[in-house]
Design a protein around this ligand. Structure first.
Ligand code: FDA
Length: 418
């Protein structure tokens, strides 16, 4: 990032119609849309390469949207309806048409998630080509030292960069969130928002693994690598959905899609509730259906849970139920204990101590408060010409291609308006 600033597309005049800060998903997309409409656009980024998060996304295959990404309830934020206009104006099918025009092969995976067949770099290249066909100029490896309003009479903004002062009529802030600092994440977008009087909704790591107190977690650490499908909920958050997804035990806590999803809704100090066997009602299976009386409890439970988890579960249950051990036979325990064991599996309440933080979070929730933005143009209501798009805004999608769709839709809204 300390490389000298490159000015591709000609060093030319330092005066543009639109300056986009951030060559990520939202910024590149917005630049292409604005450029193709005839605006003179420059994209400025301190990273040497554009689209670094796109490159690493989806395990290198970029889950670029979701067939359900037009559904508003798949997005969280302080104003749940804010994203509606932008999502409606640019739906997943429009992005798929673009992907088809660039002959990028893709496939649908689990729950409507759409991935590239080969490499996420195809999406980066597509965005670059779209921008270039709009004549967009690039300032990559270029630090931004500050922005200010231009002279009152002229309107517009001035951006101080390594490559000198860039003058622009419209400024689009697309600098993303704080997640994964090594990809170039910074708080520049939030600082610019505050400078112009916009409020920032407190930011938090989201789509992130959860951690536990080391002593509490010690017995479960041995299960690292064990995965299973669960139902997961954050009961203290009334608006939080319940997710049925895979959960993964790690040395420090819990991960996997179920936990990443709920992490966006969980708040410190509140519990999680997990059903470890969501496809069955264990009480019915164990009591009404009268299991084999000679069966050991750990074996009984292993019909519904991974074997290592089942053994540990009965062992821990036994700590509060004298005489109950993994090898105890069903006939030796009463119905009441069986009912309690079933309940403990289907309503596991646990208290995370924190998250793995921005280092591991896929996204940042919170950000520029949407109340101050026009949902059709992403423009700050009180600051004509200043737009915010993508993850820097207080809109956070579910796991599964929703965050890229927000980048495309919000980038499109601003690109059509500037
Ligand atoms: P983005 O972060 O893409 O771009 C911001 C740009 O601003 C960067 O290029 C950065 O260098 C630049 N910038 C920041 N500070 C600056 C400064 N001070 N000066 C100049 N430039 C600056 N989503 C999804 O829908 N499907 C998926 O498969 C995945 N997978 C995934 C994997 C991993 C590991 C991560 C970390 C994230 C995902 N995501 C995802 C989330 C997705 O990557 C994210 O929501 C979008 O990239 C957000 O796009 P933006 O353009 O808003 O920010």
């Amino acid at each position: 990032m300390s490389r000298p600033c490159r000015a591709e597309g000609g060093a030319g005049p330092q005066s543009f119609d639109v300056a986009v800060l951030g060559a990520g998903a939202a910024g590149m997309f917005c630049a292409g849309v604005a450029g193709q409409r005839g605006a003179r656009v420059v994209v400025i980024d301190h990273a040497a390469q554009p689209g670094e998060k796109i490159r690493i996304s989806g395990g290198g295959r970029c889950n670029f949207t979701n067939v359900d990404a037009g559904r508003l309830e798949r997005y969280a934020g302080s104003e749940p309806r804010f994203a509606r206009h932008a999502l409606r104006a640019y739906l997943p099918k429009r992005f798929l048409e673009l992907v088809a025009r660039h002959r990028i092969p893709w496939h649908e995976k689990h729950r409507g998630q759409l991935f590239c067949d080969d490499s996420s770099l195809r999406i980066v290249r597509m965005l670059r080509e779209e921008a270039e066909s709009g004549g967009v100029a690039w300032r990559l490896g270029c630090r931004v030292h500050g922005v200010r309003r231009a002279d009152p009479g002229e309107g517009g903004f001035e951006v101080d960069t390594d490559a000198g002062v860039v003058r622009t009529r419209s400024l689009v802030v697309a600098t993303g969130g704080l997640s994964i600092p090594k990809t170039g994440a910074s708080d520049l977008g939030y600082r610019i928002a505050r400078q112009f009087g916009l409020r920032i909704v407190e930011t938090r790591p989201a789509l992130v693994p959860l951690t536990f107190d080391a002593a509490d977690w010690a017995p479960f650490g041995a299960l690292a690598g064990v995965a299973l499908e669960v139902d997961i909920a954050a009961p203290a958050q009334p608006d939080a959905p319940r997710f049925r997804e895979d959960l993964l035990f790690t040395h420090r806590g819990l991960s996997g899609p179920a936990v990443l999803q709920i992490s966006s809704f969980w708040r410190p100090g509140t519990p999680l509730e997990i059903d470890l066997a969501p496809a069955r009602r264990l009480e019915q299976v164990w009591i009404d259906a009268q299991p084999e009386a000679r069966q050991q409890l750990a074996t009984l439970l292993a019909a519904s849970l991974p074997r290592r988890l089942a053994a540990l579960w009965v062992e821990r249950f036994g700590a509060n139920h004298p005489g109950v051990r993994p090898e105890t036979r069903v006939a030796e325990v009463g119905k009441r204990a069986l009912r309690e064991l079933a309940g403990s599996v289907q309503r596991w309440e646990l208290h995370p101590s924190g998250t793995e933080g921005y280092r591991k979070a896929e996204v940042t929730s919170g950000g520029v408060a949407t109340a101050a933005l026009d949902p059709r143009t992403m423009q700050a209501r009180e600051v004509p010409g200043l737009h915010f798009v993508g993850e820097v805004v207080d809109v956070t999608g579910w796991l599964g291609g929703y965050n890229f769709q927000w980048a495309w839709s919000s980038g499109f809204a601003a690109g059509m308006a500037v």
